[in-house]
Design a protein around this ligand. Structure first.
Ligand SMILES: Nc1ncnc2c1ncn2[C@@H]1O[C@H](COP(=O)(O)OP(=O)(O)OP(=O)(O)O)[C@@H](O)[C@H]1O
Length: 343
């Protein structure tokens, strides 16, 4: 996904959404151009260009109020854009047009009946479109999200993570070709996450497309091949995750060595390495940890030099993930005036 008319770092700017380049229409699940959606005076989406390939897990990320849920709602047919064009699974979408087949998902949490059991919730939904839900579909969906054991419990006693998993099971009933999920990993424990991630990966491997929003960079990195970063209703980056993380930018790294003062001395002498003192990221009660800012090549040289100084490197990891660093640098560039202009 991409949008025009916004200041972006040259290295990351695209005239055309990279995700759509070189693709035939058959390979594109979602294509939007110039999508604008306002609520009164508030412009939630401002000329957003969207392109998501079939069979991808595409992540949508952005600060609070960036427009993620609004965009997902348009994909689910919960609202229509004020301007622009949107095509989903090859069919045009808009006011007065039928919602395309094969799309399911949820925004703002799944809609469930609290007084019914998990199985009754799914059976009720299945009864609405019996021709689309195969026999055994309810049990299969419950099993896929790991809720078989809880199938006959009332939903009002479910935790947030269980509700999320049941919402996903509901979306799976009709074998979606496009699955749209708003914060699907909210409230999930590690077991729940394993089930949900497994379901999404299998869907994508089978050719379905998944578009999900998340505030969790680790989730996005684990699941997505492409991401779109939205800020104040505009796209500031869209394309392969690899492009963000391979950007050879300087990052802050935590380094723990067997002899911290020797490692510190080597870091001070190594070209391309800055020692970060008193930074928030360095403010650790553990004084054995030093924080260095470097590109990967300089970091390689630092490690070699530390080892040559007969010191062992016990830990070396980015303070924030490469995706999070890119996210922060792209979204923090917006001045308050620009943010205001986005509204
Ligand atoms: N129905 C509505 N009526 C009025 N304003 C709305 C409505 N829906 C969304 N907005 C506004 O549109 C903007 C974008 O909201 P949206 O929920 O899409 O953002 P988001 O990126 O999903 O945020 P979050 O990460 O907090 O969920 C916000 O300023 C929000 O207050």
């Amino acid at each position: 996904m991409s949008v025009s008319g916004h200041r972006r770092p040259e290295s990351l700017a695209h005239a055309e959404p990279e995700a759509s380049q070189g693709r035939t229409d058959a390979a594109v699940a979602v294509r939007g151009r110039g999508i604008t959606k306002a609520f009164g005076d508030l412009v939630a989406l401002d000329h957003v260009d969207v392109s998501v390939a079939q069979g991808q897990i595409h992540g949508l990320v952005g600060p609070n109020g960036a427009g993620k849920t609004t965009l997902l709602g348009l994909l689910l047919g919960l609202a229509v854009a004020d301007e622009g064009s949107l095509e989903i699974l090859g069919a045009p979408v808009g006011r007065g047009l039928p919602a395309p087949d094969g799309v399911s998902g949820f925004v703002d949490g799944p809609g469930l009946y609290p007084t019914l059991t998990a199985r009754q919730n799914l059976a009720t939904l299945a009864a609405l479109s019996p021709e689309e839900v195969p026999a055994g579909g309810v049990d299969e969906a419950l099993e896929q999200v790991g809720l078989t054991e809880a199938a006959d419990q009332k939903v009002r006693g479910f935790s947030l993570g269980m509700r999320q998993r049941l919402g996903l099971a509901a979306a799976l009933l009709t074998k979606p070709r496009l699955l749209v999920l708003d914060e699907p990993s909210n409230g999930l424990d590690p077991v729940g996450k394993k089930h949900v991630y497994g379901v999404l990966r299998r869907l994508a491997a089978g050719g379905a497309t998944v578009i999900l929003s998340s505030h969790r960079m680790d989730d996005l990195e684990a699941l997505c091949s492409e991401v779109t970063i939205l800020a104040t209703g505009r796209v500031v980056f869209s394309g392969p995750l690899k492009k963000l993380t391979d950007d050879n930018r300087e990052l802050d790294y935590r380094l723990r060595a067997s002899d911290p003062s020797a490692a510190r001395a080597v870091a001070l002498e190594t070209p391309g390495i800055s020692l970060i003192e008193n930074a928030d990221t360095a403010a650790s009660p553990d004084t054995d940890v030093i924080v260095v800012r470097a590109r990967v090549a300089a970091l390689d040289e630092l490690v070699a030099r530390i080892v040559r100084a007969d010191t062992a490197v016990r830990e070396l990891a980015p303070v924030v993930s490469p995706l999070e660093a890119a996210f922060l640098s792209l979204t923090e560039q917006l001045t308050p005036t620009e943010q205001e202009a986005g509204r």
